[in-house]
Design a binder for this molecule. Structure first.
Ligand SMILES: Nc1nc2c(ncn2[C@@H]2O[C@H](COP(=O)(O)OP(=O)(O)OP(=O)(O)O)[C@@H](O)[C@H]2O)c(=O)[nH]1
Ligand SMILES: [Zn+2]
Length: 362
């Protein structure tokens, strides 16, 4: 037994570092790099990086498309920065907030030669830290030495890349009764991932019969809809309607997955809302920010159901992707139970876009 953090713990530290604006070192097979999240970059740290070499800004292919920059690596673009690039340039490349009011003077030069592996990993890390997917990347001759000298978190990039694609094991922490308006016989279960990421919850109504399909919902956190009663989406009414139906039937399970904003985090969701105020739809806004339409990992839901010994479900959803993913993860979906509630003039376009672009069944 060693007291040193393992890979998953080191990655959790790296996420916290990036969120604070502290650089991390990615140490690959043949190369190493210093990485800083663009969102939390300070002018002082940018100047220090520029004094040490020529950093590039790693962006996703999605963000690059908006900026009309060539992404030679497909999903990743490596944008060359002028030697004296000011912080405001890095910020405006990373953040689409001012794309329309201050269009980028182009064309942007991007790297074609060399490997983009560390850049890709940097973007995965930034996303998993719920930051904008944009990272300053500076090649290092000696990653281990640099990390030690500056007391930075060093990640074994070769091991980290596949590790970040696997789902962390969830621990069942505790369950207790929480009588709800919709169902008095409810119990709240807490699940904690081993990788230091956010906890997820399961609300078990009654004692669902494990030998028959269980009425279930995979609900993704929506602070604005679930808590504030926002009219921009249908999440709050869906949450309440699902619990009400489970209460009426006497049994069911609602997974409350902390995947705010379809997995991009609340700050990025608010950035997406600001872009929607400029006229973009929910999918376009995600793309302009550099995200895919949906960054959620529904394997999470399947793992929780498995831990609760639920093998097949009647799934309350309008989203065919959820059904697909459950089935691919070995959870039987015997029936889709539609959940059409909460339509209003403020979310009509949002729901229409989901039907047109995300295949939602309404
Ligand atoms: N990025 C982004 N996320 C949004 C937006 N509006 C709502 N969300 C998020 O979308 C998610 C909605 O999740 P779900 O209720 O599971 O919805 P769904 O995928 O449409 O599937 P069903 O409701 O099961 O049909 C929540 O995480 C919300 O925070 C938006 O405009 N942009
Ligand atoms: Zn919502």
């Amino acid at each position: 037994m060693t007291f040193a953090p393992d890979l998953s713990e080191t990655l959790a530290r790296a996420r916290a570092d990036l969120r604070m604006g502290v650089p991390v070192v990615l140490d690959g097979a043949a190369e190493a790099a210093l990485v800083l999240a663009a969102e939390t970059l300070s002018a002082a740290r940018l100047a220090a990086v520029q004094a040490a070499g020529a950093p590039v800004l790693a962006l996703t292919g999605r963000r690059a498309a908006t900026l009309k920059a060539r992404a030679y690596d497909g999903d990743v673009a490596r944008v060359r920065l002028p030697a004296d690039a000011p912080l405001s340039l890095v910020q405006s490349l990373a953040d689409p907030a001012d794309d329309l009011s201050a269009p980028m003077k182009g064309p942007l030069a991007t790297d074609r030669d060399g490997s983009a592996e560390l850049h890709r990993l940097a973007l995965v890390l930034a996303k998993s830290a719920r930051l904008l997917p944009a990272a300053l990347v500076l090649p290092l001759a000696d990653g281990a030495g640099f990390a030690e000298l500056h007391r930075l978190t060093r990640i074994d990039a070769v091991a980290a890349a596949p590790h970040l694609m696997t789902l962390a094991e969830l621990d069942h922490v505790i369950a207790a009764k929480v009588p709800l308006r919709a169902a008095q016989n409810a119990r709240l279960h807490i699940f904690r991932p081993a990788d230091g990421a956010e906890e997820h919850y399961a609300i078990e109504i009654g004692r669902p019969d494990r030998d028959a399909p269980v009425l279930a919902r995979l609900h993704s956190a929506c602070f604005t809809g679930d808590l504030l009663g926002s009219l921009k989406c249908d999440c709050g009414p869906q949450l309440n309607a699902a619990l009400a139906q489970m209460g009426q039937e006497g049994a069911g399970v609602l997974l409350y997955l902390n995947q705010e904003g379809r997995g991009i985090g609340l700050a990025n969701k608010m950035r997406a809302y600001a872009l929607q105020d400029q006229g973009f739809d929910t999918v376009e806004a995600n793309h302009r920010l550099g995200f895919e339409d949906d960054e959620r990992d529904f394997r999470l839901g399947a793992q929780i159901l498995e831990k609760m010994r639920i093998g097949s479900v009647r799934l309350l959803t309008n989203n065919p992707a959820k059904i697909d993913m459950m089935q691919r993860c070995g959870i039987g979906v015997t029936e889709r139970v539609p959940l059409r509630v909460g339509e209003n003039p403020f979310n009509a376009d949002y729901l229409a876009t989901k039907a047109a672009k995300s295949g939602h069944l309404f």
